[in-house]
Design a protein around this ligand. Structure first.
Ligand SMILES: C[S@@+](CC[C@H](N)C(=O)[O-])C[C@H]1O[C@@H](n2cnc3c(N)ncnc32)[C@H](O)[C@@H]1O
Length: 502
């Protein structure tokens, strides 16, 4: 849906469709304009390999239906940043749905997304206070017992000077189809440089720098209340309300291994040494400050570095935010999906972290931001997280679009600037469009019709609604129809894609 549809119902999801019509709507569609990009060339690939990165242009509901067999249970991580439904007008896509329509819009897509996740896979939905709580209630029913966390991302750097109690954060709702496995497999966060600076080596330990941690635990456990005598001869019992952290046998083992610290004079309370060389990082929690994962302004800077002043929207996401998510719950070569991909932050970061990716975006904002960004990533662009991960470029991705039928008229209608232009489009539609069978074309063409008296925007709306929503894109079952003149290479690619259906 684009901003032209603002405030209306989603073009085809609230029509009453017969079973057969639904089957057509969600049947596999033909991919066209297929191009593979690598560091040396662009070419038309004959097939899709299981390792190919994919960028697809089209309505994400239809694209998800095309992917549902090929990628069933193969995706490790889905991150999405959908329209927040803020009622705002500043976006080129629709951000002003009725609430129930927005929830239906999300539900249709989330149910498909759920079936793409591998065992222990997760979905992360970035959202703000407008819909977060309604979305969470709905997601609880789509992912029964799957709620993992509500991450609070501090997206701003300072309060909005024009708005008291302005929001400082977004929610990122995290769900998994196997919460226990997901949590077990979660990675630790690497230590930050300031955390590393806390490690020192006051005793010239051959194992290198270390920090000391408490050797007590809360509560009273009879066999953890023993007396400890320090090397300097001082005797200690656990403090009031606490016990030692381990049994005496474990204490003796730690002592033997030189892992206990009693202060410089050997008379301090026992503490345990944690060596930097043995540290695998820190546990994550649900508060993500902008110091750790950046903020909206940084994301905007990254976007300006990539595209100059020509910005697709004001709130792309920062690369470090996606780096945190992807690093926490995926391994190299796992597949990451974003079906509200926008300028392609998720795909670019996946690339730089050596994850396979699928990005889906419907709108071309003058230029196709995601593929253009990924071409720069192949060339080794050095913005975002590139320097930190020593990104050198390389790799490849396959770009494909759903073969437009009525969608191409919708795109033209939406872009029309005058009645004259709209009339020309309508003339072409009469030749080639698929109209809704209930539409009375005479009422649109007749000179006396009230259609002529409508405003440009109203006419656009009527024309879009006159189209058969089932024929937005060409069905794969029609690929051999000669009227569409599909080249052999395109047929081969589609065959290789859908062959994986079996
Ligand atoms: C907030 S933006 C995502 C920004 C992205 N995270 C980034 O960093 O660039 C949401 C995107 O979803 C796209 N979108 C909205 N509805 C869609 C649909 N039905 N199919 C495909 N894309 C859609 C919009 O065009 C928009 O680019």
């Amino acid at each position: 849906m684009s901003s032209e549809d603002k405030g209306k119902r989603e073009t085809f999801y609230h029509k009453t469709l017969a079973k057969e019509e639904i089957d057509i709507l969600f049947s596999p569609k033909v991919f066209s304009n297929i191009t593979k990009f690598d560091s040396e060339k662009e070419f038309i690939p004959n097939s899709l390999s299981t390792k190919d990165n994919l960028v697809i242009k089209g309505n994400n509901l239809i694209v998800l239906h095309c992917l549902k067999n090929t990628f069933a249970k193969k995706i490790k991580l889905i991150y999405i940043d959908p329209p927040y439904n803020t009622g705002g007008d500043s976006f080129k896509y629709n951000d002003r749905f009725n609430q129930s329509t927005w929830l239906t819009f999300m539900k249709n897509r989330l149910e498909l997304a759920r079936d793409l996740l591998s065992d222990g896979g997760s979905i992360w939905v970035n959202i703000d206070d407008n819909e977060a709580h309604y979305l969470k209630v709905m997601m609880n029913s789509i992912f029964p017992n799957g709620f993992v966390a509500n991450v609070i991302w501090q997206k701003r750097t300072s309060p909005d000077s024009r708005n008291s109690l302005g929001d400082a954060h977004d929610h990122i709702l995290v769900y998994s189809n196997n919460k226990e496995k997901f949590k077990k497999d979660l990675k630790q966060l690497p230590l930050t440089s300031s955390q590393k600076e806390q490690y020192t080596n006051p005793d010239n330990n051959p194992k290198g720098p270390w920090v000391s941690t408490d050797f007590t635990a809360q509560g009273y456990r009879p066999n953890q209340m023993y007396k400890i005598t320090t090397p300097g001869g001082t005797e200690y019992y656990p403090p009031e309300g606490r016990c030692w952290k381990n049994l005496e046998s474990e204490f003796c083992k730690l002592l033997e291994e030189g892992k206990l610290w009693f202060g410089r004079d050997g008379n301090g309370r026992p503490r345990v040494k944690k060596y930097l060389s043995e540290s695998s990082g820190t546990m994550s929690w649900t508060w993500w400050s902008n110091k750790e994962v950046d903020h909206n302004q940084e994301a905007k800077k990254e976007s300006i570095l990539l595209f100059g002043g020509d910005q697709p929207f004001s709130t792309p996401k920062p690369e470090r935010l996606l780096q945190r998510i992807i690093s926490l719950c995926t391994e190299e070569e796992d597949i990451v999906l974003d079906f509200f991909a926008g300028s392609g932050t998720t795909t670019a970061v996946s690339y730089k972290l050596n994850r396979q990716y699928v990005g889906i975006e419907q709108i071309t904002y003058g230029i196709d931001y995601m593929p253009e960004r990924l071409k720069k990533v192949i060339e080794g662009e050095q913005g975002g997280i590139s320097k930190e991960v020593n990104w050198q470029g390389g790799g490849s991705f396959v770009y494909a679009e759903l073969y437009d039928l009525n969608q191409r008229f919708i795109t033209r209608i939406q872009g029309a600037k005058s009645d004259v232009e709209l009339n020309m489009i309508f003339t072409d539609m009469i030749q080639a469009a698929f109209f809704d069978y209930k539409v009375n074309l005479d009422r649109l063409t007749n000179d006396d019709s009230s259609f002529k008296t409508l405003s440009l925007e109203e006419k656009k709306q009527v024309l879009i609604e006159s189209l058969d929503a089932n024929q937005l894109y060409l069905s794969y079952s029609e690929i051999e129809d000669v009227q569409y003149e599909i080249p052999e290479s395109v047929k081969k690619f589609n065959l290789s894609f859908y062959k994986k259906l079996k």
